[in-house]
Design a protein around this ligand. Sequence first.
Ligand code: PEP
Ligand code: MN
Length: 332
Amino acid sequence: MIIALKATISHTEALALAKQHESFLITDDGKQVLITSSSVKELPSSLKEDAENFWVMTNDIQLASRKYRPQTREVAIGNILIGGNTKNTIVVGGPCSVESEEQIRSASIVLKELSLSTLRGGCYKPRTSPYSFQGLGIEGLRLLRKMKEEFGHTIITEARDATQIHEIIEYTDVIQVGAKAMYDQGILRACSKTNKTVLIKRGFGTTLQEFVQAAEFVMSGGNLNVVLCERGIRTFETGTRFTLDLCGVAWLKEHCNLPIILDPSHAMGYAYGVPSLTKACVAMGVDGLLIETHPNPSVALSDASQQLNFEVFKTLINELKPLANCVGYTIV
Ligand code: PEP
Ligand code: MN
């Protein structure tokens, strides 16, 4: 249950109520709200005087549910807003991993040429093998910051474990929680204590319910700046790397109030399929796209097969603009 407290309740009183009712206390849209387990179906009589409004929830998708808050939440990616009434489709570009200054600068230039401003590059890579490239770590973060200073780009990078959050928020604007880290409650709780936007990727073996509940960990801790990213789930099909769950995206749009970003690169796994898949994503009307691009994909240190070279990336972005307009969105 979500209970919005009356404006007359002080913060100290609200904290005492939260403790008494074993609930979370956060501020949402300027109002103090308590969140209990969704198994609570009746407003406790001791809260009747203090509650301005309350919502009985069906399950533990609560703060992210349209049942509680019907409008899509507006979330900032640097100085661009997505969700709300914006109808922006933000393109998150850049390579899978930051590999060198030359490489990340070349991607930054391409984004700038296309009037895009959101650069993503991994510095702590959660690889499937301990023997493959693990990322440049802090050196990569420094390069990303340099690109922010030179080009004014908004920076997104991924945390592989909770100990890196502190460092990542110092250097970047948006924290990515990867598919493999989606269940990591250490990371989710650490993200909940920052005010940075958190982009959570769906674990490739998780249900939509589990996915959104990961977002609830961040939101119930007080950080409502969460964006969901569908990046493909594992199915019986092996011809493509994963299967982009567009039905799941329709479900999320119907039931959840968080902005949704789609990642055709990781879903497809092969560059040849990424442009047409991206167009299908745009046609759904989505809040953003995550597309990997690299100056020379064949020698990329991670995800080589799926990254678009700059020429293909540029053509794609230019083709997406009128498509997005057809469904009332703007590529930014
Ligand atoms: C990535 O974004 O480069 C990545 C590792 O993706 P995922 O967590 O979706 O596998
Ligand atoms: Mn990648």
